[in-house]
Structure formats: C-alpha cells, structure tokens
Ligand binder design. Sequence first.
Ligand SMILES: Cc1cc2nc3c(=O)[nH]c(=O)nc-3n(C[C@H](O)[C@H](O)[C@H](O)COP(=O)(O)OP(=O)(O)OC[C@H]3O[C@@H](n4cnc5c(N)ncnc54)[C@H](O)[C@@H]3O)c2cc1C
Length: 400
Amino acid sequence: MTTTAKHQILIVGGGTAGITVAARMLRKGYTDVAIIEPSNTHYYQPLWTLVGGGQATASTTKRAESSVMPKGATWIKNATSAFDPDNNSVRCADGAAYQYDVLVVCPGIQLDWNRTEGLEDALGRDGVSSNYRYDLAPRTWDFVRNLRSGTAVFTVPSGAIKCAGAPQKIAYLASDYWRKQGVLDDIDVHLVMPAPRPFGIPAIADSLDNVIADYGITVHTNSEVTSVDPASRKVAVTGIGTGGTDTMLPYDLLHAVPQQSAPDWVKSSPLSTGDAAGYVDIDKHTMQHVRYPNVFSLGDVGSSPNSKTGAAIRKQAPVVVDNIDAFLKNQPMRASYDSYSSCPIVTSSHAMLLAEFDYDLKLEPSFPLLDPTKPHRAYWYLKKYGLPFMYWNLMLKGLA
Ligand SMILES: Cc1cc2nc3c(=O)[nH]c(=O)nc-3n(C[C@H](O)[C@H](O)[C@H](O)COP(=O)(O)OP(=O)(O)OC[C@H]3O[C@@H](n4cnc5c(N)ncnc54)[C@H](O)[C@@H]3O)c2cc1C
C-alpha cells in the first residue's frame, strides 16, 4: 500500500452530505479539505420522483461533479475501498491510501437489487422500473404514460431506505395522471408496504389513507414483494408480521424499490455497527463515531435512526462541522442533531404533503400556518422549484 497524501479533513463521498460538509468546513476557515469521490456527476435525487411522474426531465437533476466541488477543496477522483481507522488511513480501489486528522464518512446507501429475486434482471423492460436509478426514472414515466388498462404494482421494501416516502409518491403521481387521462378506472393499482400504515405519524397516515381511497388503490400492509417473474409478469407478495398475507399479483406496470443497506465495503469495515445493515456506528446527536473519535458520519450511511433524506443532511451538516471544529480545538462538542427530517409526499401533480418530524415522530413544521398533515398546492411548487434552487445554490455552497 502506498500512502499518497495526508489531509486535515478527509471526506469520503461527494454527494449531498460530502459537498455540504466540505463547503461549510472551508467557510469556517479550514484550508485542507479533501473529498474522495469517483463519479463525474452529481445528482439531485429528490427530483427523480417527478421525473418518473412526468413532471421533470432527468437532465435537470444532474450536474458535473466539478461544478459542485467547493472552491478550495481537493477532489481525489477515486473510489474508497477500505477504512483503517487505527492508522487514520483510507484505502482506495487503485491501491492508493490517504491519511487524515479527521475523517467524514458519507458515501451514501447501497441499493440491494439482488435481495428481491428476479428484480435486477427485470429492470427497465416489460413495464418494470424504479425511480431509485437515474437511468430508470424516465423509463417509469414511459411505462406510466403508455398504460391504459391492467394492473400496476408499487412496492415499498422492508428496512431503512432513502426517502421512505418515494415508493408511494410515484403511486399517487401515476394514479393522478391516469385519472386525468380517464383510464384510472381501468387500472387496478396496488401498493405493497411492510408497515401497518402508510406513515408512522397517525395524522399523516389518516391523510394518506384518504389519498389512497380517493385513487382506489388496494394496499397490502405488513407485506413485501419478495420475487419478480418477468416471464409470467407476476410478483410474489409475502406477509411480514401480523396481518400480512402471501399472494401472487399480476402486473402490467411494476415500480419496484430495492432493499437498502450500507455499501458492502463499509459493512465489513471497523467503522460499521456490525449488524446486517452495517451503517457507520455514530452517536445520533453528535454524529461522532462511537469508537473512533476523529471519525464522523452523516447522510444515508450513518446509523442515526432518522429518516434518510437530504433534508436530514441539511440539519446534520452544521452539527458535524461544529463538532469537528470543537474536536480539533480540544473543546467540548456542543452541537447536537435533533433528528429533524422531512418527507415531502407528492400526492398529485399539484399537491404535496410536507411531513417534518424528529426522532420521536413529533411534527416540526417549518410553515406552521399550513396544516402539516394535509397536502397543499404551495408545497408542490416548493418541491418542484424551491427545494432544487435551495439545494444547488445554497445548501451545496454551505449557505443553508
Ligand atoms: C427517488 C428518490 C427520491 C428522494 N426524495 C427525497 C426528497 O423528496 N427529499 C429529500 O430530502 N431526500 C430525498 N431523497 C434522498 C436523498 O437524495 C438522499 O438522502 C441524499 O442524497 C443522501 O446524501 P448522501 O450524501 O448520504 O448520499 P448521496 O447523495 O447518494 O452521495 C453519495 C456519494 O458517494 C459517492 N460514492 C459512492 N461510492 C463511493 C466510494 N466507494 N468512495 C467514495 N465515494 C463514493 C457517490 O458517487 C455519491 O456522490 C430521495 C432519494 C431518491 C433516490
């Protein structure tokens, strides 16, 4: 192993979390901030839902990684493959190793397509798609707009996933489109979900129950799609927990969301929690690693039990930065993440419900004048225009 360089702040992953933390560290006056990021492209993933629903184009969701890399940051264009926290070192796929004073781990989440039998091979053709991939979100829209009758199945996987609301948002957008086309009555829409209700907060679940009833969607609660057979165009639904039932469903359109976990190389590292999901083992308030004090983590790969969203990262990043600053100055770490996350649930092509909550699922509305348990037209504009603008122009620049 050859050590090529040492950086004061080394960030693994230049996605939402990595770029935001780097920008904030530089604004705080730190000058040696490096980001290991293999991709040439940076994605604004929240808009993929609207791409699949025909409300946005895929190209508007991506920008060159070089254009979001904060001025003054060192971009190491490489893929991390292993952590050696006992030696303050990170190894990359090409064998290069980098050392650090402080490490920030944020390479995102892994999409485990292969944990649903038959799914990976079925993707992208014969009505099977997923908004969880940039290249497939436009396919979702192709399949939605071309369906005139038959059965549409939307799946929510078990376990933590990024943006837990996204699997159901596309069911609502598609149903809204089919209704506008006058074909909703000819399409049998199914939503398969592992939870007993569509949301963990009762008032929001009640509101979503109304949306579901209004579109005439059949919900399979406490259930999960466990295999896909593209030859017969059927999925196997397996009951999990009480109340779920095993059944086979035919499909003409299948929107599938894979189970998710930490990247395998994170799971097998000393930084992992060591359980099956294998996230980076951090204190849920300070975001500091529980065993390696000079390691911090945030975003989808962190073990903090918040809803995994960009909205959560917007609140986590300032905490990580303040606590790294305190750590490097040998001061007590005072910043604490209060677990804020939000889930913007698009319920039609003109309305959105903005669920904002903490670890105890207590509502924390940013706009208290709007009932947080109901869909509003204003939030839809926020989702389509306001939040993307805020992301590219403020959040990634460390300004919001
Ligand atoms: C369909 C969909 C809808 C969503 N909707 C919303 C929403 O409405 N609101 C919301 O707030 N959030 C939403 N999200 C979630 C949000 O996009 C994520 O929570 C957020 O992007 C996570 O940021 P991150 O930095 O942890 O990971 P990412 O942004 O995924 O970035 C991870 C980075 O790490 C890099 N990387 C990967 N492997 C390596 C490696 N080996 N070494 C170094 N770098 C590596 C990747 O190239 C990437 O740049 C949605 C996501 C999806 C998919």
